[in-house]
Design a protein around this ligand. Structure first.
Ligand code: NOJ
Length: 562
């Protein structure tokens, strides 16, 4: 089978079609002012790290004015930088330096909800039911004789009810935290405001937007009851147990057809600007053909392909995800994206070290099964090696280039993710993948902050992963990532087509494909695997991956075909 993502012609393909894009989580990348919280000047000062890593673009998670009840995904002003992170001038300086280094800047757009501290929500609270101010959000009367029951039974993705009552008796919808009221996308002011927000950042030179909860903006008009469950990244599970992939009925709050009109319109806004500006949808949508609708030619340019992430360390699952997503995208003429880690999931170096390496726990705590760090990292490096050879664009999450593990010993009192609180501790949440980066093993806070302050405590094991410990060390994870991006660029991987190789045997744990004259083999079989004779070794996930012509378990290689 040959899988042909479009566009295959690299001379005409836009920059993002095969870009390696690095996610910067501003709270945790680098802290210049010493308050223990990362900031924009900290990022600017460390941009050389990204240049040496060989990435094409950086995506900044939110740095806007925000009370930080959901780490900035609760925006109080879309045109202001939160003072914790700096100023607009700091943003301009970051973007300019990144441009000078050949790195484009993508910013996060959070259109599904605002913060409850946004001036609009404050106006809505101060206004009467039925007022234009309330119409920007989803206010409804309650059910029951005195309206004391919420308008429907929806729950918040973070746990607890999806509705909160205000003093005059009405309720407002919040699919996430109580401080994140959902906007009403049928309201013209909302539409006009976000056009303006897009232009504000496009005028400031951003290359594009990562669109948060892109599948959530439009709700079913009847707001019907729904008994399923929604988890971040993996999406919805139906209460009746029916497989949403076999029988697609979207949850009434997600993936409604009306969202596409919004993205067609935004596509036109971006087209007013030069330089192939782009949008990437964060949409937990299945099956793949539904997700592909977001990347039709007149909508967004990319959508995160979470199916690959969800499959975990399992050759058959990975192969299935590759086929599903590539054929669905091919049908709409869009290249694919790949991602293994982000700020919402347990880091892949730790997930892959669990007894079941396809398991995706909602956080890992001191009382949970602890991942095998060595096995996890070995597999993570192999999976990344395969990912970076696949056609399309790839997203890296800060720290994965250091082989960082999840922080699994965080005590309850330091946890800040609203999921932890709203689920009553049942879900530990995402703090474990958000711990500040280690730059220098011997420095306070491992070089994250000049004062040694760190908004989440860093595990002692981070010292072994610090940038200065890995710098120039053959075989280190950092040097592997640098080699991967350099060779990927040189061999033009990411731009071509792929085909499963003769030795591809997913049911036996071996994933193998060819692309641009390179044979990629990943061994998740648990046994040594005999490689085809005569191939030249280009790159291995660990130095001892190949021994006597056999590929060791939990490793992967790029080979030059004879
Ligand atoms: C998805 C973001 O990635 C996540 O961090 C956030 O909590 C939710 N959207 C709500 O904005």
């Amino acid at each position: 089978m040959t899988l042909e993502p479009a566009p295959a012609d690299t001379r005409t393909a836009p920059w993002w079609a095969d870009a390696v894009i690095y996610q910067v989580y501003p709270r945790s990348f680098a802290d210049a002012d010493g308050d223990g919280m990362g900031d924009l000047p900290g990022i600017t000062a460390r941009l050389d790290h990204l240049a040496r890593l060989g990435v094409d673009a950086l995506w900044l998670s939110p740095f806007y004015l925000s009370p930080q009840h959901d780490a900035g995904y609760d925006v109080a002003d879309y045109r202001q930088v939160d003072p914790r992170f700096g100023t607009l001038a700091d943003f301009d300086a970051l973007r300019e330096k990144a441009d000078a280094l050949g790195i484009r800047t993508i910013v996060d757009l959070v259109p599904n909800h605002t913060s409850s501290e946004h001036v609009w929500f404050q106006q809505a609270l101060a206004s009467a039911p039925g007022s234009p101010e309330r119409d920007r959000y989803l206010f409804r009367d309650g059910r029951g004789p005195d309206g004391a029951e919420p308008p429907n039974n929806w729950t918040s993705v973070f746990g607890g009810p999806g509705w909160t009552r205000v003093p005059d008796g009405q309720w407002y919808l919040h699919l996430f935290d109580v401080t994140q009221p959902d906007l009403n996308w049928h309201n013209r002011e909302v539409v006009a405001e976000f056009d303006d927000v897009l232009r504000f950042w496009l005028d400031r030179g951003v290359a594009g937007f990562r669109v948060d909860v892109a599948h959530g903006l439009v709700k079913h008009p009847d707001l019907p009851d729904w008994d399923g469950h929604t988890a971040m990244v993996e999406g919805t599970t139906r209460a009746d147990g029916a497989d949403p992939i076999e029988e697609h009925v979207p949850a009434p709050m997600f993936d409604q057809d009306g969202v596409h009109e919004i993205y067609r319109h935004w596509n036109e806004v971006l087209a007013e600007y030069d330089g192939d500006r782009m949008m990437v949808a964060e949409a937990w949508v299945e099956p793949a053909p539904r997700l592909a609708k977001y990347v039709r030619p007149d909508e967004m340019q990319q959508a995160f392909n979470f199916e690959f992430l969800i499959e975990g360390w399992d050759a058959a699952g990975m192969a299935r995800a590759v086929e599903n997503v590539m054929s669905a995208n091919e049908a709409v003429g869009a290249p694919t994206t790949w991602v293994l880690s982000n700020h919402d999931v347990v880091r892949h170096a730790s997930r892959f070290g669990l007894a079941d390496p396809t398991h995706r726990p909602p956080g890992i705590g001191p009382d949970d099964e602890q991942p095998d760090a060595g096995v996890g990292l070995r597999r993570a490096r192999a999976a990344t090696l395969a990912m970076l050879a696949l056609p399309g664009s790839a997203y890296l999450y800060q720290g994965e280039e250091l082989g960082l593990p999840e922080a699994t010993q965080l005590p309850a009192e330091v946890r800040q993710d609203p999921t932890f609180v709203r689920s009553g501790g049942a879900e530990l949440g995402r703090d474990g993948c958000r711990v500040p980066l280690p730059w220098q093993a011997g420095a306070p806070a491992y070089g994250f902050s000049p004062t040694g302050a760190s908004w989440l405590p860093q595990p002692a094991a981070f010292a072994d992963h610090a940038v200065d410990v890995q710098e120039g060390v053959p075989g280190s994870t950092l040097e592997l990532y640098r080699q991967l991006t350099a060779l990927r660029r040189q061999l033009r991987l990411g731009t071509g087509t792929m085909a499963w190789a003769d030795v591809h045997a997913p049911d036996e744990g071996v994933l193998a494909f060819t692309t641009e004259g390179v044979l990629v083999v990943l061994n998740a079989s648990g046994r040594s695997f005999e490689l085809p004779a005569g191939a030249e070794l280009l790159l291995a996930s660990v130095p001892d991956a190949v021994d006597g012509g056999a590929l060791a378990p939990d490793t992967a290689v790029w080979l030059r075909l004879p």
